[in-house]
Design a protein around this ligand. Sequence first.
Ligand code: OAD
Length: 262
Amino acid sequence: MEDVLPRRAAQLLGDARRVVVFTGAGISAESGVPTFRDDLTGLWARFDAQRLATAEAFHADPDLVWGWYEWRRSRVRRAEPHAGHRAIAAIEARVPGSTVITQNVDDLHERAGTRAAIHLHGSLFTPRCVAAAHPATFEDRHDGDATQPPEGRRIPPPRCASCMALVRPGVVWFGEALPEAALTAAVEAAAACDVFLTVGTSGVVYPAAEIPRIAARAGAAVIQINPEPTPLDQICAINLRGTAAQVLPALVAAAWKATDER
Ligand code: OAD
């Protein structure tokens, strides 16, 4: 039974005209970026990520929240994309009708060559002004350097150069709406695809978790890559139990081999 599923998945992917790849924190795990539900490590362990990632926490203590995001940003800078990220970039390059949608706020898809990832939850690399939500222009004290601010360190957020309001992380906080254009594009792509690959997500945080379900309802073949079962199992045509860095490169190689041999 084991090798039948990957072969069937490779055939579906190889024949697909419109592919959506939907990723969660699990795709960054093998790059050393812990998943969202992993316990916070070190000095951050005493904090609850779900409480830090809120507008209330930022307004109550901007230095603490900005310090946490700067620590996360520097950790992502020190991470490298893996073969799974590169396999997704290969799908985007080879299948004109493909779309990459991520819940992650890191830039590992882009650094692996994905040209147009839809970020449903924003990005660590697009801080914005709290006043007008325009992209913040400010002198980025940490851009480029891989030095890691000490864990747990409070860092005063910069001020927007054009209006002097505080700059905040460009991510979606709990209780905030997702960027409308990103969500609309993701829903449209999910409703129109014929293969939907969901990789490394627990599929429990809405509205993002609705995207794979939209694809399934629209008749797409949903293929899941995750070492663990998730609530998405029951809507998937195929569940590949494995990690992103192991399964994705093998799946993509098999898919292109199957089509190139025809
Ligand atoms: P989670 O931490 O909820 O789930 C990570 C998933 O990745 C789990 O199902 C793991 O089994 C799986 N996983 C772990 N290692 C993996 C690997 N090497 N390869 C493949 N899969 C692996 O992360 P998300 O589902 O992304 O929202 O969480 C969704 C959202 O919840 C996040 O975007 C965040 C959080 O609230 C916001 O920040 C708004």
